[in-house]
Design a protein around this ligand. Structure first.
Ligand code: HPA
Length: 246
């Protein structure tokens, strides 16, 4: 069974035939909401809205540990996360769908590991390739098969939020090698690795990042909503195809 974590604009999957909801308690506190089980294209999936079903949990307050733990308990074969991002690289225009292959982590103060407390031995995970290669390939194949072109790689810079960045910060991220910027990529990806889950992200460019493209003088938040609505309809198609091929 595939797990899907929905981001901004994707607090429900309209193509999900819901069978049941499950409130999961975890040693790390409450997940963002109940898990929603159902079927897409006749295949079982479980869905969780990262920001809560009423979109009320900001990126820095998401309980990433509880979310990943709750999904891991359902014996899922992989986690596909959907995230909206701001485009830095010139081809990362609003509406583009991209499947990142690398991460830069600028977040701070988030609970970012399961390996702490008590008498636990010091544990490190290999994170050279932060995303699952096989799940990325499956997403890209699904995107191709349903005619929704997706950029095959990119470096995701995860910032703390909830504010958007300054233009100078975006310049720095670009110098660091970032192609786009979002607020939820970490620690979600690292926790999935700690939990031994295959994890990959479908990122949707909602806007040009600060100081780029038509965001040269500012980011028009009203525009983001519209771009997301259109683009997430395309992401739903990719997910449907991905589920069908599972
Ligand atoms: N910056 C950070 N996160 C984002 C952006 C952005 O410009 N757009 C959507 N999520």
């Amino acid at each position: 069974m595939l797990a899907i974590i929905g981001g901004s604009g994707l607090s429900q999957l309209s193509n999900l035939d819901i069978t049941r909801r499950l409130a999961v308690r975890t040693p790390y506190g409450e997940p963002s909401g109940a898990l929603t089980f159902g079927q897409i294209a006749g295949k079982d999936v479980v869905f969780l809205a990262r920001h809560g079903y009423g979109h009320s949990i900001p990126p820095h307050e998401v309980n990433y540990r509880a979310n990943i733990w709750a999904l891991e308990q359902q014996a899922v074969e992989g986690v596909v996360s959907v995230a909206s991002v701001g485009g830095i690289r010139a081809d990362m225009r609003p509406g583009v769908i991209v499947v990142p292959h690398q991460i830069l982590d600028y977040t701070w103060g988030r609970k970012n590991t399961y390996f702490e407390g008590g008498e636990q031995p010091v544990t490190h995970i290999d994170f050279t390739e932060p995303y699952s290669a096989s799940l990325r390939t499956r997403i890209l194949d699904a995107a191709r098969a349903c005619g929704e072109p997706a950029v095959e790689d990119g470096v995701y810079a995860s910032t703390q939020g909830p504010r958007l960045e300054t233009a100078a910060e975006i310049d720095r991220l670009e110098r660091d090698g970032a192609d786009f910027v979002g607020m939820t990529g970490m620690p979600e990806a690292a926790l999935a690795r700690e939990a031994n889950l295959d994890y990959a992200t479908i990122a949707v460019v909602a806007n040009f990042a600060a100081g780029r493209g038509d965001s040269l003088r500012g980011i028009r938040l009203e525009d983001i909503e519209q771009v997301l609505q259109q683009s997430l309809a395309r992401v739903r198609r990719v997910i449907e195809r991905l589920a069908a091929d599972a």
